[in-house]
Design a protein around this ligand. Structure first.
Ligand code: RB5
Length: 145
């Protein structure tokens, strides 16, 4: 156990991939909190994104993962909450640099876009990459301002 907790959420279009990613995160040693959805019954992604993003903004959690059909709606919605830096990723390089340079705190991807194994690789590299700080500190601060 890494002593690190991760919050995860999806809409109906991301539900099946969420269920595959969750045990993988547990295997990596994270304590996983699932805020739903809990079936493939249609649900509006902004509601899930808002609930998860608020828990990051108020520092209940440091990092969260959101899955929808494309990852796009989730990232747009999460980025509306102050303090959230959400990225939508379909590749591991973007996942890595989004942590190193942008200190992203929410990772989004789409079940209709990435397969199970790529999704797991994206999660692993995103979770394990540290913010580089240095010259990026000032830029991330500017995002907040
Ligand atoms: C749901 O059909 C779909 O629109 C949603 O999961 C997401 O992809 C939106 O960005």
């Amino acid at each position: 156990m890494k002593n690190e907790k991760i919050i995860i959420g999806s809409d109906h279009a991301g539900y099946n991939l969420k269920e595959k990613v969750k045990p993988f995160l547990t295997e990596l040693g994270y304590e996983v909190f699932d805020i739903g959805t809990h079936s493939t019954k249609a649900i509006d992604y902004p509601l899930i994104a808002k609930e998860l993003a608020k828990k990051i903004a108020n520092e209940e959690f440091q990092k969260g993962i959101l899955i929808c059909g494309t990852g796009i709606g989730m990232s747009i919605a999460a980025n509306k909450i102050k303090g959230i830096r959400a990225v939508v990723c379909s590749d591991t390089t973007s996942a890595k640099f989004s942590r190193e340079h942008n200190n992203t705190n929410v990772l989004c991807f789409g079940e209709r876009i990435v397969g199970e194994y790529l999704a797991k690789d994206i999660c692993k590299i995103w979770l394990e990459t540290k913010f580089a700080e240095d010259r990026h500190l000032k830029r991330v601060k500017l995002l907040e301002d």
